[in-house]
Write a protein that binds this ligand. Sequence first.
Ligand code: FUL
Length: 698
Amino acid sequence: MIRKAHILTLPLVLLFVACQTVEPPKAVGPTPSQRQMDWHELQYYAFVHFNMNTFTDMEWGTGGESPALFNPTQLDTRQWAKVAKDAGMKGIILTAKHHDGFCLWPTKTTEHSVKNSPWKDGKGDVVQELADACKEHGLKLGLYLSPWDRNNEHYGKPEYVKIFHEQLRELLTNYGELFEVWFDGANGGSGYYGGANETRKIDNKTYYEWEKTTEMIRELQPNAVIFSDGGPDIRWVGNEEGWANETNWSVMRRDEIHPGWPRYVELRSGHEDGTHWLPAEVNTSIRPGWYYHPGEDHQVKTLPRLVQTYYESIGRNGNFLLNLPVDDRGLVHENDVQQLMALKAQIDTDFAQELAQGNTASASNVRGNSSTFNAEKAIDGDFETYWATDDGTTQASITISLDKPTKVNRILLQEYIPLGQRIKKFTVSAEVDGTWLVLDEQTTVGYKRILRFETVTATQIKVDILDAKGPITLSTLELYNAPPFLVDPKITRNRDGMISIEIPDDEVDVYVTTDGKEPTTTSKKYDGPFSVLTPTNVKVIAVNPNNGQQTQTVSQYFDLAKKDWKVVGALQNDTDVVKLMDDDPNTFWATDENSSNSNEITIDLGASHTITGFSYWPIQERYPFGIITKYEFWVSQDNRTWKSVSEGEFSNVANNRIEQKINFNPTLARYIKLNALEKHNGDTRTSFAEIGVFTTNQ
Ligand code: FUL
């Protein structure tokens, strides 16, 4: 009897438990404010560095520039907004004032602004034009106001701080709603300072009266987040290359940080025991510089690099702030537009179809066994609902059982961060042909974490949370099968003559020919570096093995390998000199300004060859120097009698730093000498990124 009673009451008890409201977990640690939450949702937006430096080819103007130099010929903020919108971005942050102090709006605080420039006869206002364009395109507007001002005569004194605050007030008051106010950490140093031309130091922590600054922003723009090294709302990620660490906490011990913080490396991971919500914004430029330099037109980031940046920012719990150096016409340059659209298309392709939704989700623990917090909530496409575990349960797993074996190579996870960031360690596994494989082991998740792994055909996918700061709250678990990433392969050769072919995706096949024929899928399949020592045209295609889709043929000519080349004379002992003949234009060697001959280099080719030309790669560094603009090229058979075979100009080489190829009549040479007759800007040193010779006509 007693037994029977138990059996009867059990379902009733279960029903009772199910009907009871189960409380959501309590917040763990700091949580985001509403303005921070709104910011998280933006994910991807543009930085625009456009100001005086655009017209002086500089990165940091001194402050002594004349406003007369600011004169864009086709300034069109609508083009910027359209490009950003088409690229999938949600807003634009503009350098209203950079360190040189020139203001892009007609401020009342200084004469150093657009009002004294020839642009629109001094009647223009770039900030206003951008505010209007953003409104039209449904984008949000943010502003960068450099605290450091190398123009202002009062910089370093209390008077300047008043001016700085007044400039901020103008920006916060006159241009509608702002979503972000951006303060840079570079502060104090040499400058023009009203003609004083001296070095001024300030105390980063106290000089700008940050508390007052924050108060003003809160009052005039309550929804705007404030960015600086240490927030208070959004933090820098501690590098300008476009990545966050894999472990990335959105919390930090904020009171330790201030703009210009020397321990900035910690910004890359946050602090697990952080006291404040302070998420990371990953800022990088689409080119080497923040500002436009015509010499960098060929250095716009490649698609693989941009895709990597996407995964290492947004995919690592950061927002992605991608800088567009608007050019001196006042437009986003065509090359940049092309790459932005390629990135958009690639990300759309990778995430075209979500595969988890509609399947069955189960979990090893569900908070109060309640349907409000069950595993299905992680795959329902709604961020506001989440799978949660019981208090005290910080280890649990969630499993998605797929209807049929499904190809998967991406997982996207989101924690329900309004209750704090919790997960410290987790693994992702797949059931393939009845066997469980661990695909990845990682640490933090936060607002968004995306993992890429080799394609598996899975019947189940499981996330095991191994450690967390409190009960688990997982809003989103999405699965994708990104198609193989098909981009033109990159062909390189090292000094030993070994050819390598680089592709960003291992699942793509590469076919190669060295006999001049067009490569096809019946040509040799590339399976590792191979040797090319004599003049050869290497041609390759990359092919998606799933559907046969292929790239265009990429073809690269290699002449004599340089493994036996030696620099002649005293420089032989310089271990770095090899960098000018290592077949890598991204490394360089430069002459010493004190050396007796800082204008030339002599190379022993190791054997006599009939040569028909030479090539010179200018230095690819961000701050180039020593670029040869006028040259003379010599040959010799014995390093004693020299014959000049070519003399001329490398036209526009400083602005367009691509390989320069010169042909001449065939001549026998064992030794070659490149002599710089003139260098860009009259530099004393001479730099060489790469020197090559041709033995066939190029
Ligand atoms: C840096 C500045 O000094 C650069 O000029 C640029 O504005 C970049 C975004 O921040 O620290």
